[in-house]
Design a binder for this molecule. Structure first.
Ligand SMILES: *Cc1c(COP(=O)(O)O)cnc(C)c1O
Length: 336
């Protein structure tokens, strides 16, 4: 299968499977799993945070961060397109009694500070308490500039807000900017990172923050059923993903550009190449193409696509240039 639907579809490599098979484990709810402990202490140090916590998913890491930062009756500012507003089932509101205050994202994915300022509620019993700003980097494949990260830090200091980064794909951002990851995350109070996307782990995310924040988040993790026992089995693969695979993202980005350029050759497909900053390509098909039918046909040829228009195509460890060529040829057979 050549699967362009997401970078979540990668399978663990041999090295990961070996590490999983041989992982030293213990009961992580008791804090006894040496492989989880090693991953967490390594990750905290690597990213410049006091503590780290291994979580089952990015959705869980974001939820726990929001619940640790905010009390019942608080609100968080976020983008209208934010994953932790739009694509996480409303978890913060449902499970945390935290109200989201979404703000329309600007074209580049940023949130306008004037609009954010206007949305901050006064200290008055009519309103929820605005306590947190949550931003996302990358957002829909776009990278937030380093200067924006710094401005977000200054903005939150000025307004006495905490700052959370949904960094599901923050390593793609660091790769695109050609900076060390700490250049991005030095500006935030907490950050979630997905290890099971471009980094290639089968399962898991990491949440980074202060001692007290992670302590609170860990309590909530148990409450939502996220306390895992011999989690070292999956942490072993997660460590390899986090330590060894960031350098491989550059290839995914080059492959995305290669894919975008090839798609743009079709008269009935258009891609804005300037928007291909990381591993995502958004391709707009002309109206006369039956996307659902096209996706079905390509599936018969072992090529998996998401049936949207624009269609999001994602490159990852399991897609190389040959796979892209195979896809383009199959598309040619269908469309030309
Ligand atoms: C995928 C994703 C998440 C959630 O991660 P899961 O592991 O799928 O729960 C959160 N935020 C962003 C920006 C994501 O892309």
């Amino acid at each position: 299968m050549i699967d362009f639907r997401s970078d979540t579809v990668t399978r663990p490599c041999k090295k990961m499977r070996t590490a999983m098979a041989n992982a030293e484990v213990g009961d992580d709810v008791y804090g006894d799993d040496p492989t989880v402990n090693e991953l967490e202490s390594w990750a905290a140090k690597r990213h410049g945070f006091a503590r780290a916590m291994f979580c089952s998913s990015g959705t869980q890491a974001n939820l726990l961060a929001l619940m640790a930062h905010c009390q019942r009756g608080d609100e968080y500012l976020c983008g209208q397109q934010a994953h932790n507003y739009k694509f996480e089932g409303g978890g913060a509101a449902i499970l945390g009694s935290i109200q989201p205050q979404p703000i329309e994202n600007e074209k580049d994915g940023t949130l306008c500070f004037e609009k954010l300022t206007a949305a901050i509620k006064p200290d008055d019993s009519h309103f929820a308490r605005t306590t947190l700003l949550s931003i996302e980097n990358t957002i829909n494949g776009k990278v937030l500039p380093l200067e924006y990260m710094q401005n977000a830090r200054e903005f939150t200091r000025e307004h006495n807000l905490a700052l959370h980064l949904d960094g599901a794909r923050v390593y793609n951002a660091a790769t695109a900017l050609n900076v060390d990851i700490t250049e991005i995350c030095q500006h935030v109070d907490s950050m979630s990172v997905c290890l099971s996307k471009g980094l290639g782990a089968p399962i898991g995310s990491i949440l980074l923050g202060s001692e007290s924040l992670i302590k609170a988040a860990k309590r909530w993790r148990k409450v939502v059923g996220g306390g895992m026992r011999q989690a070292g089995i999956i942490a072993a693969a997660a460590k390899i993903a986090l330590a060894e695979n960031p350098v491989k993202l550059q290839q995914d980005h080059e492959n995305a550009k290669y894919l975008a350029t090839a798609l743009n050759q079709f008269a009935n497909i258009s891609v804005n190449l300037d928007h291909v900053e990381t591993n995502m390509v958004f391709a707009t098909f002309s109206e006369d193409i039956d996307i659902v039918n096209l996706v079905e046909k390509l599936k018969d040829g072992n090529i998996l696509l998401s049936a949207g228009n624009p269609m999001r195509l994602v490159t990852h460890l399991d897609i190389d240039k040959t796979a892209i060529d195979t896809f383009i040829q199959a598309l040619h057979n269908e469309l030309v």
